[in-house]
Design a protein around this ligand. Sequence first.
Ligand SMILES: [Zn+2]
Length: 678
Amino acid sequence: MAAAEFCTGKPLPSRLDCRMRSLLGWALLAALAAPSAPVAAQSNAERVANDSYTRSHDYDLLHQRIEVRNFDWDSTSLDGRVTTSLVALRPGLDSVILDAGRGLTVTRVVDARGTTLKSAAHGDTLVVYPARPVAFHDTLRFSIEYHARIDNGRGLTFIEPEGREHRPQQIWSQGEDENNHFWFPTYDFPNDKMTWELAATVPRQYTVVSNGRLVADRRNPDGTHTVTWRQDPGSATYLVSLIVAPLVRLADKWRGVPVDYYVYRADSSRARRLFGVTPDMIEVYSRLTGVRYPWAKYAQTTVADFFGGMENVSATTLVDWLPDERAYLDRPWYQWILIPHELAHQWFGDYVTCRSWSDIWLNESFATYFQAMWDEHHLGHDDFLYLDVKGNQDQYYTAWKAGSRRPIVTKNYASPDSVFDTYAYPRGGAVLHMLRTWLGEDNWWRAINHYLTKYANQPVDTEQFRIAIEEATGQSMDWFFDEWLYRMGHPIFQITKSYDAAAKKLTLTVKQTQKPDPDWQYPQVGLFQTPVDIEIVTSSGPRIERVNIEAREEQSFTLAADSEPLLVNFDYGNTLIKQVEFNKPTAELMYQASRDQDVMGRMWALGQLADGAHHSRKSLVVGRSLQHDVIVASTRMTAIHGATQRISPEAGGLSHIGGPAVNQQGAEPRMVHIDSLR
Ligand SMILES: [Zn+2]
């Protein structure tokens, strides 16, 4: 799931307020948000009640056929019949507990033999009593007929037309995290997967988009049609999607798989340019993961008042703010972030699905990082490091400074909604980049492929991902998961260096100065152990050496250097989430700003020069002037090249200073990232 910026001014359903997150605007949101104090210690009962723990269930949901009809916009209601097949997971199953919103009025429950079954509603729960207890591993099938009055925006959103072409009457669903049971009875937690059919009867002028493949579209004599979709293989119930709207379908294809874009007729001329990049993305993600796109089709459908994007399996829902010519500059996030993020979820979230909301990073951090790797593919490695890796790190630092602090994986949170935050998205994305760097390319991709293949169509938790890495590569990542997933914090390094010309040795002293906060109840890392890549440039050229920092307050490394280093770059590529204090002479900073082969080293040196706190007036002026040049150049490039959607060849002339900053295509991320130079 990804939330867009809130620049629309359109009203949004109030329940979505907490989802008003922006992938680009995390920093802003974090700054605006009141510091989130750690959740008070919770009892086990409270954690069960608020779904922090994986939920227990004494049946395995196999399949649901969901039939919905008689949609009424005035009363926001519908009629439904849901036929459920399940297998008992305990002997003598004598009651089936389903999630069913209190707005659902059950009129009849019958089993496969036509026997009427007793049922009882308790709040948002429906209990169905089988005619006789179901033996362990036996199957039970029953149908529930009901009338649903929807609290508009909970599970389903009914949009009233405003008499203009671009805002037709429509309905869309939003299941994540636990909202689909407000429009059909189901098991509304991600640790059980099922196959499903969805048959919607609607007036003939409306299109129905849902998951999986189109099975039937039958015309009825009363002017309606019944459209049936079937999702198989199965996935989690929060991914069941229904969209009813007057839409046109633009058909595309990837290797024989239908790739469809559903938009309002008024948007059809702009849609192909926007979405046409999708088959190429599917190709890249299939190739990178080694897992072919796993679903029968891929649809992207735009709807009104949506908060951004939602990765409903094989049928992503997106906000209807299709960029026009100007908006390609103002809101490049749509093509750059929204489309690749939701597509990546088709593997991470839909194919393998977090077992509980505690493990939501297995969905969101992976979608964040695969969107970043799409940038790496089409913009290049430098832009990826600068835009995405640093961007993710910066959003985390901002949240951290604002007091939003937790481990990525924790059972200690107030509600499932609250874990869709900086830690699930950018911080997790930054952690995955570290993991990839320390594992190396071969091991990383082998681990990703093994994880996806082994747990295909299953719910997963963080330990299963860790073990998949170990199985695929032999590398135990216990220490890494302990530091970066189960505990919070980051190292603060103080680096000093000295050179012994006679011995031709460089000595680096690394101090860790971070201090755990005694008032914070989450587990914290005291001292970090981590590899780090050191780049040493001497008159004979650059060299990169990986050293292992131990969990000690101070450690020294002695490294060979055939002449006095022209520059020493601690953490080549800026892999680590960290703060670093490394005072260098102005001459070295000047050299690094212009000559370091590492774009992140160049940008860091530039920042140090511009900072001016520790440097002469001259270096301050030079540094600011360099930075000014980058800003001016990038602004100019925006004007010249932003609308062309191409990377400017002229930008290469400046890339030795600020490559990524001047190479970006759209106005917004460029300025966001220029800001972070300061
Ligand atoms: Zn997402």
